[in-house]
Ligand binder design. Structure first.
Ligand SMILES: [Zn+2]
Length: 436
């Protein structure tokens, strides 16, 4: 029987972090450096193959090549393989960018000799003994035992129930600041099993956009999340990257000023990323909490696999700027997915075909009725609505009836609720609808 690697869509995996302290560094350092040597071997071997044969080696080729290396024998075989897999993923991403015409991308490069690479232990690579994790090394070596606090494998869901998870992957990461190792952190990914989701209840639909996120709900609620702060952070991040890139292109690669520039860039990006991620989490959490409070069983989001992003905006000539101004939709989607799952809400991707060019109230379709400044003005029934809310309502209709065109809305709208980012409270709060 074929075993499918595809996990159940309602399986909840969460990662917990445990700081280990520097006392364990002497134990883990040789392993992390061995993983780094495997990475560097991958880089070296791939470059040589590319120069000589004009192709990139496959994952299997790399694994077979390094099996006899001394570095390979320091680690558990699965951990060593994980290092190669990580490199292979990085190279694949680089090649994909190249194919998409992004010539400025560089292939993954060598890491300095003493770099502490994250080491991963997969299912067969570790054991559990009460509150102790037993991390296996290569066959001849003694495993490393790590004591964890009680309740390390327990996760509390939003409704207060405690779920015991089964660890499926363990990683050890080094926290480095100003070239000094400050701590080691253990990341344990827990499998909390297949969550029970409600199969009866209301339906909500979401329209992800750059400055606005719209929500429509089958009981008539319409919500508009104003995300200008988030968008401007994303844009500012891209601008900062471009500026550093420009500055560094004028310096000699590897020189002292170039290196200083590189670390300044990393520092700026790290700070911005933290702000962006926090806002994204707050946004998806508000979605999940709203859905839970209103008895939603299915949350519908636009299927990201479609090609609609560039097509729908009507800004075809400005494709480049469009790409830069986008947010991480896929990441937001995953976050919403697992936050919903923790609350028993199922997330369903659905096609957004015609949702932005159809009137949600009467079902007539005409792309020209989407006016500038994000307003939908229907030429048939006269509906005037924020265009993203119209899109969300259509997505909801599409999910319920198969298509959003040629059909009237089966329920009445309630008042539009508007949510804005509150920087002082670090979350989205409801404001009066006039403020939008
Ligand atoms: Zn209409």
């Amino acid at each position: 029987m074929a075993w499918s690697g595809k996990p159940h869509p309602h399986r909840l995996l969460l990662t917990k972090q445990f700081p280990l302290g520097l006392e364990l560094l002497p134990l883990f350092q040789p392993l992390m450096q061995a993983a780094n040597r495997i990475w560097n071997s991958c880089v070296w071997h791939s470059r040589k193959t590319f120069e000589q044969e004009d192709r990139w080696p496959t994952e299997g080729e790399l694994k077979a090549k390094f099996k006899a290396f001394a570095a390979w024998k320091e680690l558990h075989s699965q951990s060593a393989q994980a290092a190669v897999e990580e490199y292979f993923e990085a190279v694949s991403a680089y090649r994909k960018h190249r194919e998409n015409g992004r010539a400025e991308m560089n292939p993954p490069g060598f890491k300095p000799k003493g770099h502490l690479r994250t080491v991963a232990w997969k299912r067969q690579g570790f054991g559990v003994d009460g509150n102790t994790l037993v991390l296996k090394l290569s066959r001849k070596k003694e495993p490393i035992k790590v004591a964890l606090p009680g309740g390390w494998n327990v996760v509390t869901l939003p409704d207060g129930t405690e779920v015991k998870g089964v660890p499926v992957e363990v990683k050890v990461k080094a926290v480095v600041r100003r070239r000094r190792v400050e701590n080691l952190v253990l990341h344990v990914t827990l499998d909390l099993g297949v969550m029970l989701v409600d199969l009866t209840g209301a339906v909500s639909a979401y329209d992800y956009n750059s400055a606005m996120f719209a929500r429509a709900m089958s009981e008539g609620h319409l919500d508009l999340f104003v995300c200008r702060e988030l968008l401007s952070l994303v844009q500012y991040r891209n601008k900062a990257i471009a500026e550093f890139q420009e500055k560094m292109s004028r310096l000699k690669e590897g020189s002292r000023r170039w290196r200083r520039c590189l670390s300044a860039k990393a520092c700026v990006l790290k700070r911005l990323d933290r702000c962006i991620r926090q806002m994204e989490h707050a946004l998806t959490k508000s979605f999940a909490e709203l859905d839970e409070a209103e008895g939603v069983a299915f949350a519908v989001v636009g299927d990201l696999n479609g090609l609609r992003r560039s097509a729908r905006t009507g800004m075809k000539g400005k494709k480049a700027s469009q790409k830069i101004n986008q947010m991480a939709y896929a990441r937001l989607h995953t976050e919403q997915c697992y936050k919903n799952l923790m609350r028993g809400v199922q997330t369903d991707p659905w096609t957004e075909k015609n949702t932005s060019s159809t009137c949600c109230l009467c079902g007539a379709r005409n792309p020209a009725w989407r006016r500038h400044r994000g307003l939908w003005v229907c030429g048939k029934c006269g509906l005037v609505l924020q265009a993203d809310l119209n899109g969300a309502a259509n997505l909801l209709k599409q999910y319920l009836f198969g298509s959003c065109t040629g059909r009237e809305l089966p329920f009445a709208f309630r008042e539009v609720r508007v949510w804005r980012w509150d920087g002082r409270r670090n979350r989205f709060v409801q404001v009066s609808s006039r403020a939008a």
